[in-house]
Design a binder for this molecule. Structure first.
Ligand code: SF4
Ligand code: SF4
Ligand code: FES
Length: 240
């Protein structure tokens, strides 16, 4: 006997541009084998509500576009299997980010603003010599940098962060993770004093309440807990 169910997707719909206030709308979908929320939402859009807004690009947990609140918890719609959820699934847009409509939010604007503020690029003293051979890097160090570079900027940690709900200038776990990444990189000549200027206050690492919602919801399993604790120690000793 098949365990497939009739699902109810309870979606928080709104269209700020058209002055439509938020309201819940239910859609019924027949569950299929291996169905993800992304597939279910596509079915809703194709058969029931062509105007339903949600974002996706890769469908494989790589692009970071499909973050939303799934039963109140930030997650990726393309990685969430309906069989792991109840028959009634509530879906809402990620908080903190600018709402575009329904489940679509502008994470790109927030991420770009944070990247510019934290200057998340390699700062070198000299112009790169494009004719030079690539400089080797210890595999263990390259691996450690790569580990932090796996962030897909999905915004789940931002949406799950208590501090960000109270102060909008907080850089969030995604911002702190980026600082940790460039701090590790020997090609970046910035010192801890330079990084302190960027995150050595309450809008940076000292604003973090360490409840670790970010760590719990990161779909890529980034070591946010360790990185935030390490950065806080480093920045505290730098500021003394
Ligand atoms: S740290 Fe994790 S949760 Fe936060 S934006 Fe990156 S991948 Fe998403
Ligand atoms: S541990 Fe810090 S960055 Fe992570 S969710 Fe809590 S306040 Fe936000
Ligand atoms: S569609 Fe790319 S992460 Fe979900």
């Amino acid at each position: 006997m098949s365990d497939l169910r009739t699902l109810t997707l309870r979606v928080l719909r709104s269209s700020p541009g058209e002055g439509q206030s938020p309201h819940w709308e239910d859609f019924r979908v027949e569950e299929a084998e291996g169905m993800t929320l992304f597939i279910a939402l596509n079915e809703v859009r194709e058969t029931l509500a062509p105007s339903l807004q949600f974002d996706f690009v890769c469908r494989a947990g790589i692009c970071g576009s499909c973050g939303m609140l799934i039963d109140g918890r930030p997650g990726l719609a393309c990685r969430a299997l309906t069989r792991d959820l109840g028959p009634v699934i509530t879906l809402a847009p990620l908080p903190v980010f600018e709402l575009i409509g329904d489940l679509s939010v502008n994470t790109g604007k927030w991420m770009r603003g944070t990247a510019e503020r934290l200057q998340t690029w390699i700062h070198a003293q000299t112009e790169p010599d494009l004719t030079a051979l690539e400089a080797p890097m210890e595999p263990a160090l390259a691996e450690a940098i790569y580990e932090l570079d796996r962030c897909i900027e999905c915004g789940c940690c931002v949406a799950g962060c208590g501090t960000l709900r109270m102060r909008e200038d907080f850089v969030g776990a995604v911002g702190l993770n980026k600082i940790a990444r460039f701090r590790l990189d020997p090609r970046d000549t910035r010192t801890d004093e330079d990084f302190y200027e960027l995150i050595g206050d309450d809008s940076g690492v000292f604003g973090c309440m360490s409840l670790l919602g970010c760590h719990d919801v990161c779909p890529k399993g980034l070591p946010l807990q360790t990185q935030i604790a390490f950065l806080r120690r480093k920045m505290a000793s730098t500021g003394l």
